[in-house]
Design a protein. Structure first.
Length: 563
C-alpha cells in the first residue's frame, strides 16, 4: 500500500512532489534537523516544555485502546510509557465530533462551550435552512448548514492556545485536522495557522483570505497525486487476521477489507490510514518550517486525526479494517515523534479522542450483545411527528429532530399548543420499543450540574452537561444501548456514535514528555481536565471559570498543578 513519505522525508518535498507542484509552491528549503535527543533524558516537571502537541484521534474509544495497546510499537507505545488514564470521559450526553472537540482544550463541558451537537436547530436564523452547523457562520448570505463558511463564532469560550497567548503573545497556535470542526474547536479564536481537509476541493483549506504556506501547497499536491492513483490493499499483520471476517450488510460488505481502492475514490481515501498520513505529515512539516518550540515562548501544535472515525462509521470497529488503522496510526505517530525528537525541542504530548463508538449491530450480536439492533432514525422521527400532528389535529408537523437527541417543538405554536405537543410527543417516544428515556428541557435545566466520577452520573445528569437553553431542544430522547440509528447500511455508513452510553463516552487520555516517570491511573477523569493540566505544565494561568481540574503528572516530588 503506497502511503505518503514519512514525515521526515516529506520535509524534502522539493524532490518528492511533481515538478509542476514544486514550481507553483516555490518552497523554502527545510531547516536541517538538529541532532537527535535521548527520549529518556532526565527532565524536571518544574520546567515548562517549549512545545505542547495535542492529538485527538476521532472515535478512538477506550475500548479500542484497551484492545490494541499490547500491539503498539510506535507512537502510541511511546505514549503508553508516560502517564496513562485509560478511563477518560467525554462526560456529556451528545457524544459527537464537535462537542467532544470543544471540551479538549477549553476545560469546559458543552453546556458552557455552547457546542451541544454537530448540528442544532435555530428557528430565528435569517435563512430557510434552520439547521446550524457547529463550525459555520450562518450570517453569510446564501449559506446553509451543508454549504457553509467555516467559523469559530459558535464556540462561546476560550482555549488553551488563547490562555498561552494571553500569558505571552509570542506563543503560536497551529491547528491541523482532517475535519474543520476538529481544527476550529481545539484551535479556538486566536490561531496562527489552521488547516482542515475540504471535500469540495479535495485539499487542505483555511479561513477565507489566509495565504497557504508552501508546505500546505505541497501536501495538497501530494494528496492530488495519491487520489489519482489506485491503491493496493495493505498486508495484514498476524494479530489482525483473527478479526478478518466478512459481514454482508446488503449494499456493503465489511470486516475483511485491507483498504484497497480505485483511483479518485475520496471516501476510500478518507476512511483509511492515508488520510491520517496526510494530516500528520502536514502537521509535522509545519512544525519544522515554523520552528515550533524554538522561540522564546511555548507553542501549541494541534493534530486532529480523523480517519479512525471514518473507518468506524463505514466499516465498524472490530474488523480487519480497524485493526489495520490502529497499526498504521501507531506507526505514523511514531514518525511524528521521531521528527520532533530530531529538533532537540523539549515537547510534551497529550492524546485523547472526541468520543468513542460502537460496532455494527450484526457483529455485536455475534460477539454476545443480543440487544444490538438497527432503527430507521428519520422514519421514527417522521412517524412520531405525524402521530402527534394527527392526535392534536394540527395543520403542520410540530416536531423537528431525529429519533434520538434533541427534538424541537415548533415555536410558532401557542403556549397551550406547545404544552400539548410536548405531552403527546413524550407519550409517543416512551411507547417506542427502542427508546430508553425522554426528558424535557425544563427537567434538564432544573438538574444540578453533576459532580463526582462521570461513570456514576445519571442519564439526566449527562444530558445536563450538554444542555444550553439557547440551543438545546425542547425534548431529549435516549435510545436503548447498542441501538444504531441506521436501518440500511450503505457506503460510508454502517455504524455510528453519539449516544449517552459509556461506550461512546469513554476515551483514553495519555500524556508523555521525554524522561517523564510514567504511571497508570485507574480512576476516571474527564477530557475537560486536559486543558488545565497542560496549563499547569506550562505554568500558564487559567483566566476563566472552567469545569476541569489539573491532573498531577509527576509521580515523584512536587505536583505539576501546584503553581
Amino acid at each position: 500500500m503506497k502511503l505518503f513519505p514519512s514525515t521526515a522525508i516529506a520535509l524534502a518535498l522539493t524532490a518528492a512532489a511533481p515538478v509542476a507542484a514544486q514550481q507553483a509552491a516555490a518552497p523554502a528549503p527545510a531547516p536541517a534537523p538538529a541532532a537527535p535527543v535521548a527520549t529518556n533524558a532526565p527532565v524536571s516537571m518544574e520546567t515548562p516544555p517549549k512545545l505542547i502537541v495535542m492529538i485527538s484521534v476521532d472515535q478512538f474509544s477506550a475500548d479500542l485502546f484497551a484492545e490494541y495497546r499490547a500491539q503498539f510499537t510506535g507512537g502510541l507505545a511511546r505514549l503508553e510509557s508516560g502517564v496513562v488514564f485509560p478511563s477518560g470521559y467525554q462526560s456529556h450526553a451528545a457524544t459527537e465530533t464537535c462537542p467532544g472537540h470543544s471540551t479538549i482544550l477549553t476545560g469546559a463541558r458543552p453546556y458552557r462551550t455552547g457546542i451541544i451537537a454537530n448540528d442544532w436547530t435555530d428557528f430565528g436564523v435569517a435563512r430557510a435552512d434552520k439547521t446550524i452547523y457547529c463550525a459555520e457562520d450562518p450570517s453569510v448570505p446564501g449559506s446553509s448548514s451543508k454549504d457553509y463558511t467555516v467559523s469559530d463564532k459558535h464556540l462561546k469560550v476560550s482555549t488553551l492556545g488563547e490562555w498561552m497567548k494571553l500569558a505571552n503573545p509570542a506563543s503560536r497556535v497551529v491547528s491541523i485536522a482532517g475535519k474543520d470542526r476538529a481544527a476550529v474547536m481545539m484551535g479556538g479564536h486566536k490561531i496562527d495557522e489552521l488547516w482542515y481537509f475540504w471535500d469540495k476541493t479535495r485539499s487542505f483549506q483555511s479561513y477565507a483570505g489566509r495565504q497557504a504556506p508552501a508546505r500546505v501547497n505541497q501536501i495538497n499536491a501530494l494528496v492530488t497525486e495519491r487520489l489519482a492513483e489506485a491503491r493496493q490493499g495493505m498486508d495484514v499483520p498476524a494479530f489482525c487476521k483473527s478479526r478478518q471476517q466478512a459481514y454482508n450488510l446488503g449494499t456493503v460488505t465489511v470486516g475483511a477489507g485491507t483498504f484497497e481502492r480505485k483511483a479518485g475514490d475520496l471516501r476510500g481515501f478518507k476512511a483509511s490510514p492515508e488520510f491520517d498520513d496526510a494530516v500528520v505529515t502536514l502537521a509535522g512539516s509545519l512544525a519544522i518550517d515554523m520552528k515550533l518550540g524554538q522561540g522564546a515562548a511555548p507553542d501549541l501544535l494541534i493534530v486532529g486525526a480523523s480517519a479512525t472515525d471514518y473507518v468506524g462509521h463505514g466499516l465498524g470497529t472490530e474488523g480487519s479494517e480497524m485493526c489495520l488503522q490502529m497499526f498504521a496510526l501507531d506507526q505514523k505517530l511514531g514518525e511524528l515523534f521521531s521528527l520532533l525528537d530530531s529538533t532537540g525541542v523539549d515537547y510534551a504530548v497529550a492524546l485523547t479522542a472526541d468520543h468513542g463508538g460502537t460496532d455494527i449491530p450484526e457483529r455485536n450480536q455475534a460477539h454476545g450483545a443480543p440487544e444490538a439492533a438497527r432503527v430507521q432514525a428519520t422514519a421514527v422521527a417522521s412517524a412520531i411527528g405525524k402521530q402527534v400532528q394527527t392526535a392534536l389535529k394540527l395543520d403542520a408537523q410540530p416536531l423537528t429532530g431525529g429519533s434520538f437527541g434533541d427534538v424541537y417543538i415548533d415555536p410558532k405554536l401557542s403556549k397551550k399548543a406547545r404544552a400539548a405537543v410536548q405531552a403527546e410527543a413524550i407519550k409517543a417516544y416512551r411507547a417506542h420499543p427502542q427508546v430508553q428515556a425522554v426528558y424535557t428541557g425544563a427537567e434538564i435545566a432544573a438538574t444540578p450540574m453533576p459532580k463526582g466520577p462521570p461513570e456514576t452520573w445519571t442519564l439526566l445528569e449527562r444530558a445536563r452537561a450538554s444542555y444550553d437553553p439557547a440551543r438545546s431542544g425542547d425534548l431529549y430522547v435516549v435510545l436503548h444501548p447498542r441501538i444504531v440509528p441506521i436501518a440500511t447500511p450503505g457506503p460510508g455508513y454502517a455504524s455510528t456514535h453519539g449516544s449517552i452510553w459509556d461506550y461512546d463516552r469513554r476515551v483514553p487520555i495519555l500524556f508523555w514528555r521525554k524522561g517523564m516517570t510514567g504511571f497508570e491511573h485507574p480512576l476516571s477523569v474527564e477530557t475537560v481536565d486536559i486543558a488545565p493540566t497542560l496549563a499547569g505544565l506550562l505554568h500558564v494561568p487559567v483566566p476563566v471559570e472552567i469545569d476541569g481540574h489539573c491532573l498531577d503528572l509527576d509521580a515523584g516530588a512536587a505536583s505539576t498543578c501546584a503553581k
